[in-house]
Design a protein around this ligand. Structure first.
Ligand SMILES: [Zn+2]
Length: 184
């Protein structure tokens, strides 16, 4: 499965560790902080020195900011699933919501969920856990859960939410599918 990791720069080391774990399970993983994969990696050094004079609108006058947005969006569109690794800020939460709205899997993971911190809209998640092994297991179950081809374009169908659907953006094929059919 193609997985996008949404998180905070403060978790960069954890994010790289999660990438290694999921890749070892056979998944393709994008990590925003990993320079080794040829990805454009945003760096705060690329921002203008007088940051305090810029706001949410004027910051987009700087090409690296647009480039960072376009790069992250490209990888979000590529992904079949987003893993939101907490704690994380506004960008990661926007990414998670965007992906879920595009019909992708959303999993939320934190090493330790602190008592007193919660969010009602985490209800969007398909799965939420503090166990990284369960994250890998969840993605493994979704992947390979179905080995049927789209009758319209031949792409391998994805399955979730009781539906088999084509991952090809130009193809809108989908049909209901029961868990029994999947196993059969
Ligand atoms: Zn198709």
């Amino acid at each position: 499965m193609k997985i996008y990791l949404a998180s905070s720069w403060k978790n960069a080391e954890l994010v790289k560790g999660v990438k290694d774990i999921l890749e070892a399970e056979g998944h393709e993983v994008d990590a925003f902080c990993d320079t080794s994969a040829g990805r454009f990696v945003f760096s705060f050094d690329l921002l203008p020195a007088n940051l305090s004079e810029h706001n949410a609108i004027t910051i987009f006058n700087f090409p690296p900011v647009n480039q960072a947005f376009n790069e992250d969006r490209k990888w979000l569109d590529w992904a079949e699933a987003v893993l939101l690794i907490l704690p994380a800020g506004k960008s990661a939460h926007l990414e998670a919501g965007y992906a879920k709205g595009r019909g992708k899997h959303l999993v939320i993971y934190q090493e330790d969920f602190p008592n007193g911190e919660f969010d009602v809209m985490y209800g969007f998640a398909d799965f939420i856990t503090d166990d990284i092994d369960e994250v890998a297991e969840y993605f493994g179950q979704q992947d390979g859960a179905i080995e049927q081809e789209c009758p319209k374009c031949g792409a391998d169908l994805d399955y979730w939410g009781g539906k088999a659907s084509c991952p090809n953006d130009d193809c809108s094929f989908e049909r209901p599918m029961t868990p029994e059919e999947l196993e059969g």
